[in-house]
Unconditional design. Structure first.
Length: 116
């Protein structure tokens, strides 16, 4: 559930970035959100052993890195933003968290026979 929320928030931020021209503070905030979300999805994809997805989100995290930003013109950055939004949309559908194994408890033991 948490991973789906992160992906949807990043998807909404990317759609907002594609639709509007953002000022400096909003752009840096967007970079923090998308970079963190891309790193989160990259780790999730690596845990699922889907390395192509992990590489795609590593590139997205590098592009939206707020510490060392990559600046492109609006016409060059728009296709990148749209591709990243499509990647987040695909990850909502095709990537999910790794299911955790539950621990066996003493109450879950099968009966071994009747007691004397």
């Amino acid at each position: 559930m948490y991973s789906r929320i992160v992906k949807c928030v990043c998807l909404a931020a990317l759609i907002l970035a594609a639709a509007l021209r953002l000022d400096e503070i909003a752009r840096i905030s967007l970079q923090f959100v998308v970079c963190g979300g891309a790193a989160f999805v990259m780790i999730e994809a690596a845990r699922n052993r889907k390395y192509l997805w992990a590489a795609a989100f590593a590139l997205a995290a590098l592009y939206f890195n707020p510490v060392l930003p990559i600046t492109l013109s609006r016409s060059a950055a728009l296709p990148v933003v749209i591709l990243c939004a499509l990647a987040f949309l695909g990850s909502v559908r095709y990537l999910g968290p790794v299911p955790k194994m539950s621990l066996a408890t003493i109450t879950d033991l099968p009966p071994r026979g009747e007691s004397l």
